[in-house]
Design a protein. Structure first.
Length: 268
């Protein structure tokens, strides 16, 4: 792999935005229903367990990079050989393609349901992907800049969850540990899509200056994601009864329906 010029690399601190930005997406809009289906209101424990698992995997990712290889592609060829390594690289390309399609289709579906019912999916997808390609062709620093704004600009939305305190009943959480360990672990598995995205660090790590110095920022990003998902889950569980929660595909958006502002008719 050719050496990346220094002027195309980003500061280690920006690793926080690349990792957290990948996780803070469509998953936060509806993960509560999926995990509650498995472990009820005990699934807040599953959010913590899944978050801890991501930190363990990130530790493994840094251990892989410490082998001296620049990225995942070189690591595959080092471990499995040139031919088999390329096969594993293709599998990961397919994995990321599926990940992209899942996010894009879910995002399009949300827009169809909540905003434009007659939206042409094909035309919207072409326009949206064209915009994404324009950003990607701008270079990795441009992508990181977009990730920075994708984290900072919507951050105020978390404050609006305070509207639910007036209507929340936190007695829903009692009794604690009312579900089996198996159910809690299965609910943690349902959090996988929500937490996904941080593994892309194996791909773009060569574009980060002093990769070893980015560790604290990577772990901080995962910790902030954990806290945000836990915060969202606890408030949602307090607001909805367990039966009601299963009727709403995107509980986060439904919760925001109670927010009324003078200049916005429908805040969600």
């Amino acid at each position: 792999m050719q050496t990346i010029p220094e002027n195309r690399k980003v500061s280690p601190s920006l690793t926080f935005f690349t990792i957290h930005g990948m996780q803070f997406g469509i998953g936060i809009l509806g993960f509560q229903r999926l995990i509650a289906r498995k472990a009820g209101y005990d699934s807040w424990i599953s959010v913590i367990l899944a978050g801890i698992a991501t930190m363990m995997i990130m530790w493994m990712i840094y251990k892989i990079l410490e082998m001296g290889k620049q990225d995942l592609a070189e690591t595959h060829q080092f471990v499995f050989g040139k031919l088999l390594g390329k096969v594993f690289n293709l599998l990961f390309i397919f994995y990321f393609l599926l990940y992209i399609v899942t996010i894009l289709r879910t995002y399009t579906e949300i827009i169809q349901v909540w905003v434009f019912e007659d939206l042409n999916v094909f035309i919207f997808t072409v326009i949206y992907l064209s915009l994404c390609m324009y950003i990607v062709f701008g270079g990795f620093r441009t992508v990181v800049g977009m990730m920075f704004f994708s984290v900072t600009l919507p951050s105020y939305l978390l404050i609006l969850f305070s509207y639910t305190f007036e209507y929340a009943d936190f007695r829903h959480f009692l009794p604690i540990f009312d579900h089996s360990t198996k159910d809690i672990i299965l609910a943690s598995h349902q959090m996988s899509l929500t937490y996904m995205g941080y593994e892309a660090f194996l791909i773009y790590s060569p574009f980060v200056k002093n990769t070893n110095q980015s560790k604290k920022w990577a772990y901080l990003a995962l910790l902030v994601s954990l806290i945000m998902f836990l915060y969202t889950a606890v408030l949602t569980f307090g607001y909805f009864s367990e039966g009601m929660l299963q009727k709403y595909i995107w509980p986060t958006l439904t919760t925001w329906k109670i927010v009324h502002l003078p200049v916005v008719e429908r805040f969600e």
